[in-house]
Design a protein around this ligand. Structure first.
Ligand SMILES: CC(C)(COP(=O)(O)OP(=O)(O)OC[C@H]1O[C@@H](n2cnc3c(N)ncnc32)[C@H](O)[C@@H]1OP(=O)(O)O)[C@@H](O)C(=O)NCCC(=O)NCCS
Length: 162
């Protein structure tokens, strides 16, 4: 059902440095959304400085984040994680964040954006399917027992909905 907040436009901000407060907040937001698979205080600064760390803000508040690294040896990027904080989910922010990040990454000589997803993650399957991702490979026990993943990919520049 339509929610007034669905129409709120997400501002996508590229963070390259994190002060102590932002680091603590992003670590907490990630854990709230992703649990044990979230990036922690040891990895978030690495992504910010050497990869690409984006946050999505609406109404002056950070509602989600996306972390991107470059794949060695080819022209692909890997979306390490993308989440919307639980209290802000199902309002269209995930779609805005993913498609906004893909637009920012398009036209920079990168070919594809890869991501892995738990096979039973229905929200993720809808999100990535809508944004033009297709399944490349099944990765059994990718993160250990009972942690299989699907590897998905989208072409950058032509995958996102306009
Ligand atoms: C996946 C996630 C980012 C989606 O964010 P969101 O803001 O709720 O997404 P949107 O509101 O833009 O909805 C995107 C699609 O997902 C669907 N969806 C959202 N939550 C859902 C749920 N709990 N169950 C089933 N489908 C869901 C929506 O219906 C929509 O699909 P549609 O347009 O075909 O109807 C969010 O659920 C999340 O952060 N989950 C935990 C982290 C995660 O799984 N990240 C993805 C793997 S890296």
């Amino acid at each position: 059902m339509a929610d007034a907040r669905m129409e709120t436009k997400l501002e996508i901000i590229h963070l390259t440095e994190l002060d102590a407060d932002m680091l603590a907040r992003l670590a907490r937001y990630g854990r709230d959304a992703l649990g044990e698979s979230a990036l922690d205080e040891w990895m978030l600064p690495v992504i910010a400085r050497y990869g690409l760390l984006f946050v999505g803000a609406a109404g002056g508040e950070i509602v989600g984040s996306a972390e991107v690294i470059r794949c060695m040896g080819d022209g692909d990027l890997y979306l390490e994680g993308l989440y919307i904080r639980p209290e802000h989910q199902r309002m269209g922010y995930g779609t805005q964040l993913l498609e906004g990040v893909m637009k920012l990454l398009a036209g920079k000589d990168f070919i594809r954006l890869l991501v892995t997803l738990a096979p039973d993650n229905d929200a993720g399957r809808s999100l990535y399917g809508n944004a033009g991702f297709s399944e490349l490979e099944y990765l059994p026990v990718h993160y250990g027992p009972e942690r299989d993943r699907l590897l998905l990919a989208a072409q950058l520049g032509s995958g996102a909905r306009s």
